[in-house]
Ligand binder design. Sequence first.
Ligand code: ZN
Length: 364
Amino acid sequence: MMSVCRSLDFVMAKSLSAQQMDPETSDRALRSSGRLPLGALLALALVLAISLSHLAVAQQDAVLDVVATTGMVGDIVREVAGPCAQVTVLMGPGIDPHLYRASAGDVDRLARAELIVFNGFDLEGQLGAVLARLGQRVPTLALAERIADELDGDALLEGEDQYAGRTDPHLWGAVELWALGVGVVEEVLSELQPGCADGFAERANTYASELGALHEWALESAASVPAAWRTIVSPHDAFAYFGIAYGFAVAGIEGISTESEASIADIRETADLVMETGVPAIFVETTISPRTIEAVLAAVRDRGAEVVIGGELFGDAMGEAGTPEGTYVGMVRHNVETVITSLGGRSAPWPEALDGWARRWSER
Ligand code: ZN
């Protein structure tokens, strides 16, 4: 683009200096015929042609303004878009998407976006009305819902009790499922930014194979956990897809959303399950108060058994930007390692296929 700009300046300078050198001639020619001299016309035509091609290049190279709701959704767009998009994520580390309310600034930011990407399946419950309204004039992509279009119905999970009939939105828990979003994002970005399509395809390809390696690593690591301890107890059901993919039962105290408070009965039932299974560890999540898990811990100890908090899982939000957990791959690695080592298993060697990911997150 620089060379186009430079040659444009050069032609304009030449055209101007020709007029400046011979003002009388050009003045006479204009008066007598009402037309520009042939040389000036050619120069102008050239300037115009270069200006138009300059504009086309500028449009192709323009950076797409994308606003994403959660970090997981934003990360997949960043990976595929590369330098062709600027991605803003509304919900940072520690933010519970089920309860998140849009500020006036968020609504303004969303309204100015050229593409809004969100999870869908009611994950962003309080934001739903805003997204529906803005979706009438800003292109939107409900990523988990588009991934679901690629699956047969059986792969989708539903909530229980007060969430019965609602689709479980936590599809990112299973890397294999989430990886289907790479092609979806590539397709949507290419429609909006055709000049970057080759780059989107290349990055999507690389990232999809990295996610394939991550999935295999998670499977191999999970296989090391003893059968009796293959249960994840956490504050809410963020890990049901993770559990199906990697062979764990899940017991979230609050079900698939955090809209309702956990009851004393919920705590008691979870403590019963911990006693039955004998799992050595239960987990807290970064977006939810540890209060309910601490209550389960106390209830189990009251009954004379021992269980510990195995660590903090990234259920509904990624970690801090600039750390490995601030990316989807790092978030999954942390969750798998935390669950597996706390439940008596051992992580498999980290795949070399993910070296590129390590380079990218450290450069962000
Ligand atoms: Zn959740």
